[in-house]
Write a protein that binds this ligand. Structure first.
Ligand code: FAD
Length: 446
């Protein structure tokens, strides 16, 4: 191993951070998890990534890849292994002005992307938070504020440069290594390290954004009305509803409908948003015109020791009324988790099912339930959450990998239906037969 380490020190152009280094304390942790890796490598080029991958494989160490570091399941760090932290690969460059093609480093955050594209009147539908990484969010989905108009973040990827397990750099696109291209759009970090993504961005003006709030007592009718309306609403309207927020009163917390209308015409916006305002007694309405980049939140870093445990599931059209009825009931109890329901129809459902490895195209809604707090609080809340999930189970399906706080075999089966998993495993056998990239919702090569 020492000769391999010598080669690393010689060839690696970025930072090699070991336990003795001053930066180690911050480098060893991702946003939501702490670890004690032997080495944190911060590459500055694709070649550095190749060197880091070859070192890790040669040394037989476990590998974690870190983009923006926001994985709820803690994929961005480990104990005793190597972390390849891509944060210095964060360049955002417009490579084709006419076609709005943008090359983005594999370690960029969505805040960096939004800020770089805003002066060009462009945006990429991503998520709701600036500090979330392009890599983690995109490789398994990407449900953002333009999702109903432009689809998932991964639907807008046209090519990627991938360092595979043997340290090779491969281009993945419809023309080059198409099966790898299929797999990285939904299959997470299983197939290699993406050093650069080529995205199709979209012209974006200022947008109408904000929340319309209703009293908790009107939850049942507001939720049903919201879901019904979204079936006929224009794709320019993307919306999410949040309720039972423990920091805003739990069972008494208002039902908050967040709205992003992609366009700056006040009349069109009012026509799209007013049906939501008519769903009940509006207690707050702060929808206003703002630059798209300002719709993204900064993203707070919780103090060490605070755990976030999200679970997610999808809802098909026929189950929407029953799921919303159950959620409205649950939110009234003291034991309710924080509940967020996101709209995912529109453009997401118009992409053919086998075009990417994201397997939940037909869902109308995605439900995320989150419990948070110090470990004893989370453990105490777990049985209540399990009971709620059991109640929902007959009416929901699958799971969204990006909103899962765990990575069990059941989780993997929920993310990837059998057919998708088999196809991913075939790609895995080809590009990562030794399962070097195992710190993820793992697709096994064997
Ligand atoms: C505050 C917050 C808000 C969020 N909001 C949204 C939202 O609005 N919409 C949404 O869809 N999701 C959202 N998420 C979920 C988010 O998409 C996931 O947590 C995602 O994994 C974060 O990506 P990351 O790069 O920051 O994470 P990391 O922990 O850095 O990465 C997670 C894993 O992704 C893989 N990975 C990351 N980058 C690369 C790369 N370049 N090459 C290969 N593999 C890579 C690796 O396996 C890595 O371990 C949110 C999460 C948080 C914490």
């Amino acid at each position: 191993m020492s000769s391999t380490l010598e080669t690393l020190r010689l060839d690696f152009g970025g930072d090699i951070i070991e336990a003795s280094a001053a930066q180690y304390e911050s480098a060893r942790r991702s946003v939501l998890h702490s670890g004690s890796p032997a080495y944190v490598l911060r590459p500055t080029s694709a070649e550095d990534v190749q060197t880091g991958v070859r070192f890790t494989a040669g040394a037989g160490l476990s590998l974690s890849v870190r983009g923006g570091g926001h994985s709820f399941a803690g994929f961005g760090t480990n104990d005793g292994g190597v972390v390849i932290d891509l944060s210095r690969l964060a360049n955002v460059q417009i490579i084709d002005k006419e076609r709005h093609l943008v090359r983005i480093g594999g370690g960029a955050t969505w805040g960096q992307v939004a800020a770089a594209l805003a002066p060009h009147g462009l945006a990429i539908s991503s998520g709701d938070t600036k500090s979330v990484g392009v890599g983690g969010l995109t490789l398994t989905g990407g449900i953002g504020w333009q999702v109903r108009k432009y689809g998932l973040a991964l639907d807008n990827v046209v090519a990627a440069d991938v360092v595979t397990a043997n340290g090779e750099i491969l281009r993945a696109s419809a023309a080059d290594n198409p099966e790898l291209f299929w797999a990285i759009r939904g299959g997470g970090g299983n197939f290699g390290i993406v050093t650069a993504f080529d995205f199709r961005a979209h012209p974006t003006t200022d947008v109408f954004f904000g929340k319309v709030a209703f009293p908790a007592s009107e939850a049942a009718t507001v939720l049903q009305g919201w879901a019904d309306y979204l079936r006929t609403a224009p794709d320019e309207l993307t919306s999410t509803v949040a309720f039972a927020n423990p920091f805003a009163g739990g069972p008494e917390a208002p039902v908050e409908i967040y709205i992003a209308f992609d366009g700056d015409d006040p009349q069109l916006a009012a026509r799209a948003i007013d049906p939501i305002r008519r769903l009940g007694t509006v207690t707050d309405d702060d929808v206003a015109l703002k630059p798209y980049a300002d719709t993204l939140e900064d993203g707070a870093i919780p103090p060490p020791g605070i755990q976030f445990v999200p679970r997610s599931a999808f809802v098909d059209r026929r189950s929407v009324p029953e799921v919303l009825r159950i959620l409205a009931e649950i939110r009234a109890s003291q034991r309710s988790p924080f509940i967020v329901v996101r709209s995912v129809g529109g453009a997401v459902s118009r992409v053919p099912a086998d075009a990417t490895a994201y397997a939940h195209r037909q869902a109308e809604l995605m439900v995320v339930t989150t419990i948070a707090g110090p470990q004893p609080v989370v453990e105490a809340a777990r049985p209540g959450l399990d009971a709620i999930l059991e109640r929902l189970a007959p009416h929901v399906n699958g799971a969204y990998a990006n909103f899962l706080g765990s990575a069990t075999a059941e989780d993997v089966a929920a993310i990837y239906p059998a057919q998708t998993y088999q196809r991913l495993a075939t790609v895995k056998r080809r590009y990562d037969p030794g399962n070097l990239f195992a710190g993820n919702h793992n697709v096994r090569p064997w």
